[in-house]
Design a binder for this molecule. Structure first.
Ligand SMILES: [Zn+2]
Length: 106
């Protein structure tokens, strides 16, 4: 049984390593929902090139160079004001789309 899982475990280990490398390069690997600090407004965004940045609502797309720091699962430290930021729930867009399709047309 153990032998059958070895290739899968190797693949997972490689994936984790690649994700860590991508993260180190500043790429967004989709490991959390994009964060926004409710106290100061600092927000994460992803550029067209896939880079994870933080910006201000008044200067969207302009990287501040600051990065949220994960304290524990789903809890982050705002590098700008020091507030604790809770990761928002997963985007319900797919559920909403499905629900809309089911609605009968008038
Ligand atoms: Zn903040």
């Amino acid at each position: 049984m153990r032998r059958n899982l070895d290739p899968l475990l190797d693949a997972v280990k490689r994936l984790v390593a690649v994700q860590a490398e991508a993260r180190a390069l500043g790429l967004f690997v989709g490991d959390h929902e994009l964060l926004t600090c409710l106290r100061c407004g600092l927000m994460e965004d992803v550029t067209f090139a896939g880079l994870l940045i933080t910006c201000r609502p008044t200067a969207l797309g302009e990287d501040t160079g600051l990065r949220f720091e994960e304290l524990s699962a789903g809890k982050f430290h705002c590098p700008s004001c020091g507030a604790m930021v809770i990761e928002p729930p997963e985007e319900p867009a797919r559920k909403t789309l499905r629900a809309r399709k089911r609605k009968p047309r008038k």
